[in-house]
Design a protein around this ligand. Structure first.
Ligand SMILES: [Zn+2]
Length: 436
């Protein structure tokens, strides 16, 4: 839809900055699919470096850094007519999970609304009040909740950001099986280190191609827009009708808030440090549960079945281990649904292997009774402690994440975290990132 809107708008206006794909709180129960919104900034007489950011049919699309002329209410009305015509013609109103909405704002509202919409819950009433106050032109379809995401997307001021290059299919192919050559995706994944979440090797999941009947052919995510164009050229597929580069908040962890256990609220996403209580256990369906506690309380954490091999890490935790859990909060029962796990400290558990050996005679001593120590029957030498061994641990201190096939759009991949911390000696293995 944004593809069509851009195509119509650039006949008279120019794009300022990259088009944006903004994801919002992934834990809201009434969210639309993917809980995302698209946003473009439009101006007149753009100047400074023009960058190519896409191609629609045979036309190259550029954006400018700044513009010299502010748009007025007349422009706003003209643009609104273009948007309305496109949304009325293309929105899939019949899909029960889709509640579209559009907003046109002459001024950008405060960024606070973005942070609220990505971390907690924003009501439709507060968004509508803001839009009226800002003289926005807006329209919500069905339950109108699309207005919340659309407004929040306009308010986003990136602290961290990534990019996604999205390719589109010609309309006659919508709904048919996508043809995206898997070996070429695997090769692209190997050759383009600034891209992420393309392909899940362990679970054989090609993440770049969606499975819905939408017009998107595939989307490649990454840190560098130029690398994404190179990456896209490496993917062999059916014909690409159009492509657009989006600036996004995907892979940034913007949804997470560092909290204590007592502060946790349902539908938010949190980072909690605590110590493991008891032993992790597996319930029917293959979900793995454990509990953590801090000074303020205790909360269960879950690694659900779709998180696949990540559950093996979780099962390796022991009572007393210090961990930091990253994840969304489910309401009933209040549970942290894990996205990442930082294992900060592993307890050493000692297990008795045998009675101690007498240093004089070289023979095993005899127990004097429970907690009474040990004594040599030859020379009467005593010892308080049995021979103990460290219980072997199956996991190491380090950072672990759910596999690509189970990853949230907003979750920051460890691959990006490592790139930020290049001064740290780290090693990414199949299950996570181990600090050495
Ligand atoms: Zn002895």
């Amino acid at each position: 839809m944004v593809r069509t809107i851009i195509q119509k708008i650039i006949k008279k206006y120019e794009l300022i900055g990259y088009p944006r794909l903004v994801r919002l709180n992934p834990n809201i129960p009434w969210k639309t699919r993917g809980n995302g919104a698209l946003c473009i900034q439009v101006g007149k007489h753009g100047r400074n470096s023009k960058r190519k950011i896409g191609q629609i049919e045979d036309q190259d699309i550029f954006c400018s850094d700044t513009f010299t002329k502010e748009l007025d209410e007349g422009d706003q009305m003209q643009l609104a007519a273009i948007v309305k015509e496109t949304v009325d013609g293309q929105a899939r109103i019949d899909d029960e999970n889709t509640n579209p909405g559009y907003v046109l704002l002459l001024k950008k509202p405060d960024k606070d609304l973005y942070w609220k919409a990505v971390t907690t819950i924003v009501t439709l009433e507060e968004v509508q009040a803001l839009l009226r106050h800002q003289q926005a032109i807006f329209e919500g379809y069905k339950n109108s909740r699309g207005l919340i995401g659309a407004t929040a997307a306009v308010c986003w001021e990136p602290v961290d950001r990534t990019f996604e290059l999205i390719t589109y299919r010609p309309s006659e192919r919508w709904g048919t099986k996508r043809r995206v050559d898997l070996p070429s995706v695997q090769q692209m994944n190997a050759d383009c280190p600034t891209t992420f979440d393309n392909y899940d090797q362990t679970n054989h999941h090609n993440r770049i191609a969606p499975h819905s009947p939408c017009p998107i052919l595939y989307g490649i995510r990454g840190d560098d827009p130029d690398d994404l164009m190179t990456a896209s050229a490496l993917v062999k597929s059916e014909p690409v009708e159009s492509w657009i580069l989006f600036e996004t908040n995907q892979g940034t962890d913007d949804h997470l808030q560092r909290k204590s256990i007592a502060q946790i609220k349902p539908f938010e996403s949190v980072i909690i440090e605590g110590s493991v209580v008891g032993t992790p256990f597996t319930i029917q369906g293959g979900h793995v549960l454990f509990t953590i506690s801090d000074k303020t309380g205790t909360i269960p954490c879950a690694a659900y079945e779709p998180t696949k091999e990540f559950r093996t890490i979780v099962r390796g935790l022991c009572e007393g281990d210090i961990v930091e859990v990253y994840g969304g909060v489910r309401e009933d029962p209040l549970t942290v649904n894990l996205e990442k796990l930082a294992v900060k400290h592993l307890v050493t558990s000692l297990v008795k292997t045998e009675n101690p050996i007498c240093p004089n005679c070289g023979k095993h001593m005899k127990s004097k009774g429970t907690n009474q120590g040990y004594k040599c029957i030859n020379c009467s030498t005593t010892s308080k402690d049995p021979t103990v061994l460290r219980k072997p641990r199956t996991i190491a201190v380090g950072f672990y994440e759910v596999p690509i096939c189970a990853r949230r759009h907003l979750s920051k991949p460890l691959k990006r975290i490592i790139n930020e911390k290049q001064s740290f000696p780290v090693n990414l293995n199949e299950n996570g990132y181990i600090q050495r």
